[in-house]
Design a protein around this ligand. Structure first.
Ligand SMILES: *[C@@H]1O[C@H](CO)[C@@H](O)[C@H](O)[C@H]1NC(C)=O
Ligand SMILES: *[C@@H]1O[C@H](CO)[C@@H](O)[C@H](O)[C@H]1NC(C)=O
Ligand SMILES: *[C@@H]1O[C@H](CO)[C@@H](O)[C@H](O)[C@H]1NC(C)=O
Ligand SMILES: *[C@@H]1O[C@H](CO)[C@@H](O)[C@H](O)[C@H]1NC(C)=O
Ligand SMILES: *[C@@H]1O[C@H](CO)[C@@H](O)[C@H](O)[C@H]1NC(C)=O
Ligand SMILES: *[C@@H]1O[C@H](CO)[C@@H](O)[C@H](O)[C@H]1NC(C)=O
Ligand SMILES: *[C@@H]1O[C@H](CO)[C@@H](O)[C@H](O)[C@H]1NC(C)=O
Ligand SMILES: *[C@@H]1O[C@H](CO)[C@@H](O)[C@H](O)[C@H]1NC(C)=O
Length: 894
């Protein structure tokens, strides 16, 4: 799809339209088309968000002229950003006009920037099983409200009443009994709309938007592979209610509005998300939750900028921190980059759900229990019964029809089969033909269950682990099947297992800081094996893992907080700070059990809802960054304002406790490749950094505030190449009262991001089309008349860069033209191994400072290719802040 002629025509033109003035990167270095290497891949042709200046945001002048010039243009609704600029979506669905259309936009004097509309990936979460039947005791354990203090607030009667929560997601099955059974005034889900419809495909030109006021129902089907009930699961976490199960959401009486921004399959677009954010703003939501997650960590993307604006209007914007923690530091996702958005890390639920079965032979031997999983369409009806070997005697696979058809003893039995060369469904359908009433399936390798798929088999399927499968197989092989029966009994109720990694941050939860060294995540909530509602087409109930599951929990807590503190009329910032002041600090995972985990993994810790609302002490700011060692001294001390909001005098001991440090590149950092959190080299215990406070205790009368200064003392000697990220907590321990402890997390970097290598120089190279790399002393000969002699140009960013350019220079280092004009906000690839390549260059150049210039073909001569990227925290106006590399000689002949 990306290779359609439309896209190619478009992308060529996009490159030709950057406005770049100046030699030597001077002040006027301000391209209008904002795009990054990352989102080039996700661009939707013919659609743009334009940012423009106007007194009247409808600025008819721009839009009238567009409509007059082009027949197929449509414009979306206007949005005002926090800095006063306006944003509006414009489309031109006529592919032949895309080039001129973009040109017209860029040329308009009131248009400040043109953002291509980008593809937004479907929110990611991992399904951990379908559990229709749970007892209230089980539900209580797995919901874990006691560990976040939400149960104490429920006991006091707080339930989110009167608070409006807006959810932008895949829609919701509001017909689910636990979600109110209906939509509209008087129902739990009382407002919102479907903005996309079931068939929505953001890359298609022919989507028909649903007419207004279609409710946001998720009525997909289990045959839609990507319809996993994400929105229904998160709405259940916020506000579900099923008394027979003992299930209760965090904020069950809140008014919920849902905007459906994903169809039954596939992603969404930045335009639809912007539209939903505007609708949510109009609907006067107190809390907005959204899934954007495009992996662009810069705060200047339009939806991140708009999220920031909503936050400034007093709306709590809660976003997930991302699921890329395995890739190590710097993995927080957009729009966690919006400074005032709350970004949520996932903690491991202390318990997880499983289903168990056990075995009894007719001679009275028993085995088990083992765990199993059923596909949702089994609807808990997986039958008990006698089990027999179901496939060929050697492979135990039922992929060959004769092996099954000859197997007469399957009638009325359950069949045990092993993964084979065909699909599970096919195996199920084959044993069904032979009369089996259910399939028990195991795979060949891993020691865990494979997930029962959403499939269309004629009999129910249960999956079991490979270990259990082999055990069961040996039992069945050793019975005399003419006399003995092996009976298998499936427990209907879900069973609770204790997690070995309870109370630590989940392995997948993304790790801060942001590329600007701001501290993210904000705090954590349970995000693994979270039990909640699923659409009824997926069986109604199940568990999922992801920071997507931790986020709605916090959304619910913010609603409780807004209700409980409504009368105090506190600024939003105070509410958010209090949530951070009272988080429960978690330990680092792995063997270092007494070591506190870094704030870059847990933020301020596991959310503690009751303390955040009830405790007297308020500390502001609620976290800070000491920045890196190159940053100015102003970052070395921070002043904290502590206020007693209670009615009694309080006294606290103040101290600093270091957490685990993070070694983002491991100890051998020759190529500065990020190491994953599970690497042995990721944590280092303690580094010689001291953080001190200027008072070791503090007493406050009611309503009194005091200042405390926290300062960092950087050791004289350290290895700046290690880029160690130290961290810790300023702790406030109550003296003589039973008040709760409060704290402020901090972190900093021993080293300078500016000094990180910007390029992997060994991968800035040119290759011929046979793959030969030309090194510096070579001369590459490119015959213009023969495109197959054109060079492939490689580049590899090792750190993100705000500006990146590839140009062609002559022997006096003068620029002849751009090969790749400025990319804004180029991202480092998380996989530091991957090299990007332009394949192959055709000799086309773009003149540097003339927006109307058409691309031209280079003249024969002797040149070099030059790569230039701005260092982290670099100043675009300073030559020395750019890293510049040149290629070998490039001889261009006619
Ligand atoms: C849109 O176009 C695609 C093919 O380009 C087609 O498969 C699909 O059915 C169309 N959808 C609508 C709603 O017309
Ligand atoms: C859901 O979809 C099914 C068929 O796919 C349809 O029969 C049913 O009417 C739909 N339900 C609602 C409430 O739209
Ligand atoms: C949950 O639903 C039950 C009825 O099914 C109702 O009595 C109860 O008030 C609801 N609880 C909340 C907190 O909304
Ligand atoms: C599901 O099964 C029905 C009937 O066996 C068949 O017509 C349909 O194509 C199947 N769908 C899928 C997605 O396999
Ligand atoms: C860190 O310091 C740089 C200047 O070196 C500054 O641009 C950046 O905003 C600082 N980050 C934070 C979070 O304060
Ligand atoms: C909330 O936002 C996150 C991403 O920021 C998303 O994954 C989740 O599904 C959203 N929905 C709800 C209801 O929390
Ligand atoms: C560091 O890594 C490089 C390249 O991966 C390797 O050649 C070198 O031996 C390593 N050094 C140490 C001390 O491990
Ligand atoms: C390139 O040539 C210089 C000078 O002749 C020599 O010192 C250098 O080693 C050569 N480099 C390569 C990669 O061959």
């Amino acid at each position: 799809m990306m290779k359609s002629p439309i896209f190619i025509a478009y992308s060529v033109l996009l490159l030709s339209l950057f406005t770049v003035h100046a030699n030597n990167y001077d002040n006027s270095f301000s391209p209008k088309v904002k795009s990054s290497i990352e989102n080039q891949k996700h661009i939707i042709p013919g659609r743009f968000l334009i940012e423009y200046t106007a007194n009247d945001i409808h600025n008819d002048d721009i839009f009238d002229s567009l409509m007059n010039t082009y027949q197929t243009v449509s414009v979306g609704e206007a949005v005002t950003l926090s800095d006063g600029g306006h944003i509006r979506a414009v489309h031109n669905d006529n592919a032949n006009e895309h080039d001129n259309f973009l040109q017209t936009l860029v040329d308009h004097q009131n248009v400040v920037a043109v953002y291509p509309v980008t593809y937004i990936a479907r929110p990611a979460s991992k399904s951990n099983g379908y559990f229709g039947q749970t007892s209230p005791e089980t539900t209580k354990k797995i919901q874990a409200h006691s560990l976040t203090q939400v149960d104490q607030l429920h006991k006091e009667g707080w339930s989110g009443k009167g608070v409006r929560i807006c959810v932008l997601d895949t829609g919701v099955d509001y017909l689910h009994p636990a979600l109110g059974g209906g939509f509209g005034p008087g129902y739990k889900i009382s407002f919102g709309a479907d903005l996309v419809g079931d068939e929505y495909n953001p890359m298609a030109q022919n989507n028909t938007a649903p007419s207004d006021n279609i409710p946001p129902l998720d009525n997909c089907s289990k045959l839609n592979k990507e319809a996993d009930g994400h929105g229904t699961h998160v709405v259940g976490i916020i506000a579900g209610n099923d008394t027979s199960k003992g299930f209760i959401g965090v904020s069950p009486d809140a008014d919920i509005g849902v905007w459906r921004v994903f169809g039954c399959n596939g992603g969404s677009s930045s335009e639809i998300i912007m539209k939903a954010m505007v609708e949510a703003q109009k609907a006067k939501c107190d809390v907005i939750n959204m899934s954007l997650g495009n992996g662009a960590p810069w705060a200047e993307q339009p939806h991140a900028a708009f999220a920031q604006k909503l936050a400034k209007q007093g709306i709590s914007v809660v976003v997930s921190n991302g699921n890329n923690g395995e890739s190590g530091a710097f993995t927080v996702t957009d729009p966690a980059g919006a400074h005032d958005a709350l970004s949520v890390a996932a903690a491991t639920n202390p318990n997880y759900l499983g289903s168990l079965f056990s075995i009894k032979t007719s001679t009275g031997k028993t085995y088990g229990p083992y765990s199993y999983q059923v596909a949702p369409e089994a609807n808990d009806e997986f039958p008990d019964g006698d089990i027999v070997l179901g496939g060929a005697s050697d492979t135990l696979s039922a992929c060959e029809s004769d092996t099954v058809n000859n197997n007469r003893n399957l009638k009325g039995k359950l069949a045990l089969v092993k993964q084979g060369p065909c699909q599970i469904t096919e195996q199920a359908n084959r044993v069904a033909v032979a009369g089996a009433i259910g399939l028990v399936y195991f795979n060949t390798q891993a020691n865990h269950l494979i997930r029962a798929p959403f499939i269309n088999a004629s009999i129910p399927i249960a999956t079991i682990s490979s270990v259990s499968g082999h055990h069961l197989m040996s039992i069945l092989k050793n019975v005399d099947s003419n006399r003995d029966h092996v009976h298998i009994k499936f427990e209907r109720d879900a069973f609770v297992f204790e997690s070995a990694t309870a109370d630590s941050i989940a392995y997948f939860s993304s790790i801060g800081p942001t590329v600007e060294l701001d501290m993210k995540p904000s705090f954590a909530a349970f995000g693994s094996d979270v039990y909640s509602t699923l659409p009824q087409y997926l069986g109604g109930w199940g568990t999922k893992s992801g920071t997507s599951m931790a986020t709605p929990y916090v959304t619910g807590v913010v609603a409780l907080m807004r209700q409980a503190l409504a009368e105090k009329n506190l600024p939003l910032q105070t509410l958010h700070e209090r949530l951070q002041n009272y988080g429960k600090i978690l330990n680092a995972f792995k063997d270092k059990s007494s070591l506190l985990d870094s704030p870059l993994r847990q933020g301020a810790g596991l959310i503690q809802a009751y303390n955040a609302i009830k405790e007297p002490l308020h500390i502001s700011p609620s976290y800070f960054s000491f920045n890196d060692t190159r940053a100015g001294l102003e970052y070395r001390s921070h002043s904290l304002k502590i206020t007693n909001t209670g009615s009694k005098t309080v006294k606290y001991r103040v101290s600093c406790t270091a957490s685990a440090s993070i070694s983002p590149y491991g100890s051998n950092n020759t190529d500065f490749r990020l190491v994953g959190y599970d690497s042995d080299k990721f944590y280092t215990d303690s580094v010689n950094v001291k953080v001190t406070v200027d008072q070791d205790s503090v007493e406050l009368q009611p309503d009194e505030s005091k200042q405390i200064i926290a300062s960092v003392h950087i050791p004289v000697k350290y290895n700046a190449n290690d880029q160690i990220m130290y961290g810790g907590f300023i702790q406030f321990e109550p003296i003589g009262t039973d008040a709760a402890q409060a704290h402020v997390p901090y972190f900093g970097v021993l080293g300078s991001l500016y000094d990180l290598p910007t390029f992997k120089t060994s991968e800035l190279n040119i290759k011929n089309q046979q793959g030969r790399i030309y090194d510096h002393n070579d001369t590459f000969v490119f015959k213009l008349s023969d495109p197959s002699t054109g060079p492939n140009i490689g580049f590899h960013l090792m750190t993100p860069s705000r500006r990146f350019v590839i140009d062609l220079i002559d022997s006096n280092d003068n620029r002849i033209g751009y090969i790749v004009p400025t990319y804004n906000y180029a991202e480092r690839s998380l996989n530091a191994m991957s090299t990007k390549e332009l394949n192959p260059w055709t000799g086309k150049l773009i003149a540097d400072d003339n927006i109307d210039s058409v691309p031209f073909i280079v003249s024969p001569g002797l040149y070099r290719i030059r790569w230039s990227a701005l260092r982290m925290f670099g100043d675009i106006d300073k030559n020395e802040d750019w890293v510049v590399q040149t290629s070998c000689k490039l001889e261009i002949v006619a």
